[in-house]
Write a protein that binds this ligand. Structure first.
Ligand SMILES: NC(=O)c1ccc[n+]([C@@H]2O[C@H](COP(=O)([O-])OP(=O)(O)OC[C@H]3O[C@@H](n4cnc5c(N)ncnc54)[C@H](O)[C@@H]3O)[C@@H](O)[C@H]2O)c1
Length: 263
């Protein structure tokens, strides 16, 4: 499917890994210009079609959002879409293990990272009379879980923020939507000390290879019986960023394999 994104200018945060990297790759395949921001952008430099990408090493806790926006305007003169993928997902053992400072640190990236990018880029979109913002929230924005106390709160806040954004800027032609992935196989899962290692320990030392299968089928009983791939999330992001979704705003698209059997 083509999303008619050729020549559009897109900002992607968290572009160096996982869902953000898959999203960046798909935008480039579609012929979009991508200003790709991350703490580490080395993997963006390896993408095919990278001549249309502007990799930018940024920190969203500092002035990364402004740097992204300025780079887009300097290089391409407009901003058609903003996709906020950057995030951190620390695990906690319980309330005693998560301090107010921990909450602030997670909030700084996951929530204020989105707020800062919106503040930097949306006025330009409003001036153009058109634009799209997509923020990657999470199942955990709706499903509290003490293993992720602060992460859950940070993602609930993103859902709320994006709703307000859609209400304020809809009349100016700017759409604002969330994509809430369920478990998705990215470095958050795969890296040493990531979710696979955590679950392996929880399941009494289960083999890493079997952990994800057990988690999806037996533990969580996901409808599709598996976790997602970053490309499956990217596809929803591209749709929402494109004119194909011209009547969609204020929404939260669940791309979670049926992991939240509620509505
Ligand atoms: N993988 C999952 O199971 C899953 C599920 C639901 C939601 N999510 C969300 O999807 C998004 C992407 O996650 P992922 O799984 O691809 O993880 P990932 O770790 O592969 O990618 C996250 C990226 O964000 C970047 N980042 C972190 N802090 C930053 C900062 N201060 N400034 C700039 N960049 C920063 C990291 O460098 C990294 O490249 C996150 O918001 C995450 O919360 C992931």
């Amino acid at each position: 499917m083509t999303y008619q994104l050729e020549g559009k200018t897109v900002l992607v945060t968290g572009a160096g890994s996982g869902i953000g990297l898959a999203t960046t790759r798909r935008f480039l395949e579609e012929g979009a210009n991508v200003v790709a921001g991350d703490l580490d952008v080395s993997s963006v430099n390896e993408l095919s079609g990278k001549e249309k990408a502007v990799p930018l090493q940024i920190d969203l806790r500092a002035d990364g959002a402004t740097q992204l926006t300025e780079a887009a305007l300097d290089s391409f003169g407009r901003i058609d879409a903003l996709v906020c993928c950057a995030g951190v997902a620390p695990t906690r053992t319980g309330l005693a293990d998560v301090s107010p400072e921990d909450f602030m640190a997670t909030f700084d990236v996951n929530t204020l990272g989105v707020v800062r990018c919106a503040r930097a880029a949306v006025p330009q979109m409003a001036e153009q009379g058109k634009g799209s913002v997509v923020a990657i929230a999470s199942d955990f924005g709706r499903m509290p879980e003490p293993l992720f106390y602060d992460y859950c709160v940070s993602k609930s806040a993103v859902l709320s923020f994006m709703k307000s954004l859609s209400i304020e800027f809809g009349p100016k032609g700017v759409r604002a939507n969330c994509v809430s992935p369920g478990a998705t196989r990215t470095p958050i899962w795969e890296k040493p000390g990531g979710f696979i290692d955590l679950l392996a320990e929880m399941y009494g030392g289960m083999d890493r290879e079997k952990v994800v299968d057990h988690f999806a089928k037996e533990h969580k009983k996901f409808a599709l019986q598996r976790i997602g791939e970053p490309e499956e999330i990217a596809e929803v992001v591209l749709f929402l960023s494109s004119d194909r979704a011209s009547f969609v705003t204020g929404s939260d698209y669940w791309a979670n394999g049926g992991s939240l059997p509620v509505y």
